[in-house]
Design a protein around this ligand. Sequence first.
Ligand code: SF4
Ligand code: SF4
Length: 82
Amino acid sequence: MAEVKDKTEVQNKKMVVDEERCKGCGLCVNVCPVEIIENAEDRINQNGYHPAEIKPENQDKCTSCTQCYQICPDVCITVYKE
Ligand code: SF4
Ligand code: SF4
């Protein structure tokens, strides 16, 4: 279930996508103010969609603004606080 949690629960990631629930709609990609979300080109989930992701090298650029979490229609994004 997507929700905002304390970042101490996960290492090196501020935003995490439940990839099997993602439908690749791209709303989170478009809303992110620092433009670090993309749809993974190299894999598809069980429903045939390219899931949203942030590449490891871009995780630190996330400001935990939660806009991606708020816009996702399928509630599959979790944002961790700083
Ligand atoms: S929390 Fe904000 S900065 Fe981080 S990935 Fe989502 S929209 Fe982008
Ligand atoms: S808004 Fe949600 S369903 Fe759409 S691409 Fe992003 S994570 Fe996937």
